[in-house]
Design a binder for this molecule. Structure first.
Ligand code: ATP
Ligand code: MG
Length: 228
């Protein structure tokens, strides 16, 4: 039977003085699914991802990931949770410019207490698998957008997270680099990685996702996996 990785139950997120950013969202994502969240600007996509990542708290409802009640975690607990369970990829890479590519990829392992030698081995393995090994000792500023995003994906996978979250991973990339990142996400999904990605990129959604959720005004307007 499919194992639920993410369970949102009647989740709302309200900010003062506006309509709710999320409004009564219930959703289950199972292990191995690759889910694309689509929707207009302001529809609540990043809010949804941030709640799953424990970067934000719902105003009401429950967020459960891998049996952890993420909505009940304090700051330190949320940081530990992210370190152990979540890999995150952002639109603008968020790499540290003063560290080499290899050192960037090793940051999550070092925060988690892995020894430097073991972290270096894992970083080399990931950079090789993602086709950017030759840039290991370069600084991110020297890399193309697609290469930088592959490094960001390597960093996200460093601690072998059961869940990979991506917010507009091709949003800042040209066509060629976008294609590299699509292929990479597709390969990860084929290897069984559970992925939730937020995107305006319909090609990305169609090629990498087995399920598509449309958000409109903070509500789920359609979900191709709802019947599962
Ligand atoms: N910190 C905040 N304070 C107040 N309102 C916020 C805050 N963060 C988000 N919102 C509001 O919540 C709504 C949803 O925002 P969200 O960032 O989730 O949208 P999105 O779907 O990711 O949009 P985009 O495609 O532009 O990234 C928006 O109306 C936004 O203005
Ligand atoms: Mg957003």
């Amino acid at each position: 039977m499919a194992v639920p990785v993410i369970e949102l139950s009647d989740v709302s997120r309200r900010y003062d003085g506006g309509p709710p950013a999320l409004d009564g969202v219930s959703l289950t994502v199972h292990a191995g699914e690759s889910v694309a969240v689509l929707g207009p600007s302001g529809s609540g996509k990043s809010t949804l991802l941030n709640l799953v990542a424990g970067l934000d708290r719902p105003s009401s409802g429950t967020v459960t990931v891998d049996s952890t009640r993420v909505d009940q975690l304090g700051e330190a607990g949320a940081a530990r949770y992210r370190r152990a369970r979540i890999g995150m990829v952002f639109q603008f890479f968020n790499l540290l410019d003063d560290l080499t590519v290899a050192d960037n990829v090793m940051v999550p392992a070092q925060v988690a207490g892995m020894g430097r030698a073991a972290a270096a081995r894992r970083a080399a393995e990931l950079l090789g698998a993602l086709g950017v090994a030759r840039h290991a000792d370069a600084y991110p500023g020297r890399l193309s957008g697609g290469e930088r995003q592959r490094v960001a994906v390597a960093r996200a996978l460093m601690n072998r997270p059961p869940l990979l979250l991506a917010d507009e991973p091709t949003g800042a990339l040209d066509t060629g680099s976008g294609e590299e990142v699509r292929k990479l996400l597709n390969d990860l999904h084929a290897d069984g990685q559970t992925i939730v990605l937020v995107t305006h990129d319909l090609v990305l959604a169609q090629t990498c996702a087995t399920r598509t959720i449309q958000l409109v005004d903070g509500k789920i307007a359609s979900d191709t996996g709802a019947a599962q």
